[in-house]
Design a protein around this ligand. Structure first.
Ligand code: 6MZ
Length: 392
C-alpha cells in the first residue's frame, strides 16, 4: 500500500476539497466495520420518535440538539446517547431503526456491514438483553439481507424475490456506475456485533458474551467493548472478554479514546482482533500497536467532532497508512456525526492526497479484517476484482 500519491509526505486538504471525491466514493463498494446502531439513526426518525412522545415526552429542545450535529466533547456525546436511548425503548422501534440503518448503508454501496449494538435490559418495558437482540435480528431479516455465513434459508421462490429486491435497490441508489465494480453484486451482507458498555458490571458483560455465543448461528459475529472511556476499568471486563475468546468470538475494543496508557497497554497485550479509534496513544503504546499489527477501525469525523483529534490532516490515519498498518475507514455514528461511509472515504482521499487506486485499495483491504469466514471473504474479494482498473 503506497503512502501518498508521490510516496512521501501527507498533503493536508481543506474540508470542502473532499466533496469532489464523493461521486467516486459513493459508487465504490465498501466495508463498514465500526457502526453503532443507536448512533446511526436517521434524523427524520429521531424527530418522529420525539414527536410521538408529545409535549410531556422528550423535550423538543432535546430532539433539536440531537439533530443539530455540532462538534461536542466526548462527554457531551455520551449524554446525547442517553437521550437517544430514551427514544428507542420499544422492541418495534429497535426493529425499525435496524432496518433503516441497514438500508442506508446498502444505499451507500456498503457491501458488508458489521453493525454493533449494546443489548439492553429494560425491565420497565419487558425488555431483556435477549429480546433486544431478537428485535435487532428481526430488523435484519426485515431488511431482506443475508446475515453473514449461514443465513436462515428462505424458500427458493422467496429467495429469488429477495435477490431481485436488493438488486433493484442497489441499482436505484448507485445508478449504472455500480456495475463498474461488480455487476453480480446483489446486496449487503450484515454481521451483528454485541457491545459491552463500560458502565456495565462484569456479570452483565458476561451475559452479553453468552448471548452472543448462543446467537452465532443467527448472525452474531463478535464482541465489542465501548461506551464512555472515562468510566469502568479493564479488569472488570477482562473475564467476560476471556470467555468470548474461549468461545471463539472475535473481539474489537474501543482503545485509547482518551489518554490511559495503562489500559491501552493491557488492551493491546490482550491482542484483540481489531481496535477502534486509538487516538491518544503515547509513543511506546503506538509502537506496541504497530508491532502487534492489530487492524484499526479509523473514524475520522467522529474523532474530530468529539475533539479527540484537532483536524483531518492531523489524524493518525496518515501514520497508519504510511506504515502499511491494517486500517479500515469507518463511520462510528453516522447519524450523530452526520456522515456516511462514502463521506469518510472522500475525507481520507482529499486529506492525505490519495489517488483513486489508493482509495480502492483501502476499501479492498478492509475485507481482510472482517469477522467472517473465508468463504464470505472470498465472495467479497470477488466484488473488488473488477474495479481494479477504475480511475476517478
Ligand atoms: C465509545 C461509543 C461511541 O449500542 O445503543 N458508542 N462508545 N466511543 C464512541 N465514540 C464516539 N459511539 C457510540 O449505540 C450507542 C452506544 O454505542 C457506544 C455507546 O455505548 C453508546 O451508548 P447502541 O446501539
Amino acid at each position: 500500500m503506497a503512502a501518498t500519491t508521490d510516496g512521501s509526505s501527507v498533503a493536508p486538504a481543506s474540508a470542502p476539497d473532499w466533496e469532489k471525491w464523493l461521486p467516486f466514493c459513493k459508487q465504490l463498494p465498501k466495508v463498514e466495520l465500526h457502526a453503532h446502531l443507536n448512533g446511526s439513526i436517521r434524523d427524520a426518525t429521531i424527530r418522529e420518535l420525539a414527536d410521538k412522545r408529545g409535549p410531556k415526552g422528550l423535550l423538543a429542545e432535546d430532539a433539536h440538539t440531537l439533530t443539530s450535529k455540532g462538534d461536542r466533547s466526548l462527554a457531551d456525546c455520551f449524554k446525547l446517547f442517553d437521550v437517544i436511548h430514551q427514544l428507542t425503548t420499544e422492541h418495534d422501534t429497535i426493529t425499525r431503526i435496524t432496518r433503516e440503518v441497514v438500508a442506508d448503508f446498502a444505499a451507500d454501496s456498503v457491501v458488508y456491514l458489521e453493525l454493533r449494538t449494546t443489548p439492553k435490559h429494560r425491565p420497565e418495558v419487558g425488555m431483556t438483553k435477549q429480546s433486544y437482540v431478537e428485535a435487532v435480528l428481526a430488523g435484519l431479516m426485515d431488511a431482506k439481507i443475508a446475515t453473514n455465513d449461514d443465513p436462515p434459508q428462505p424458500p427458493s421462490s422467496q429467495k429469488a424475490e429477495m435477490l431481485e429486491d436488493t438488486r433493484e435497490a442497489t441499482s436505484r441508489s448507485n445508478g449504472a456506475k455500480a456495475a463498474t465494480f461488480d455487476e453480480r453484486r446483489t446486496g449487503i451482507i450484515v454481521g451483528l456485533i454485541l457491545s459491552i458498555d463500560r458502565r456495565e458490571s462484569g456479570e452483565a458483560a458476561l451475559e452479553t458474551v453468552q448471548l452472543a455465543h448462543s446467537l452465532r448461528h443467527r448472525g452474531v459475529v463478535g464482541i465489542d467493548l465501548s461506551g464512555n472511556p472515562t468510566v469502568g476499568s479493564w479488569a472488570t471486563f477482562l473475564p467476560a472478554l476471556q470467555w468470548a475468546r474461549a468461545y471463539g468470538l472475535p473481539l474489537t475494543l474501543h482503545c485509547g479514546e482518551v489518554p490511559n496508557a495503562e489500559e491501552v497497554r493491557a488492551m493491546l497485550a490482550f491482542r484483540p482482533e481489531r481496535v477502534g479509534h486509538v487516538c491518544c496513544l503515547a509513543e511506546p503504546e503506538w509502537q506496541q500497536l504497530l508491532d502487534a499489527k492489530i487492524p484499526v477501525e479509523a473514524c475520522l469525523t467522529s474523532n474530530i467532532k468529539t475533539e479527540s483529534i484537532s483536524s483531518f490532516a492531523a489524524h493518525h490515519f496518515a501514520l497508519l497508512y504510511k506504515d502499511d498498518h491494517p486500517v479500515a475507514i469507518c463511520t462510528d455514528d453516522s447519524g450523530v456525526f452526520s456522515t456516511s461511509l462514502s463521506q469518510e472515504y472522500a475525507i481520507v482521499a482529499a486529506s492525505f492526497g490519495l489517488t483513486a487506486d489508493h482509495v480502492f485499495s483501502v476499501a479492498r483491504h478492509s475485507v481482510e479484517y472482517i469477522f467472517a469466514s473465508e468463504s464470505v471473504k472470498q465472495k467479497l474479494r470477488r466484488t473488488f476484482v473488477r474495479g481494479q482498473t477504475h480511475k476517478q
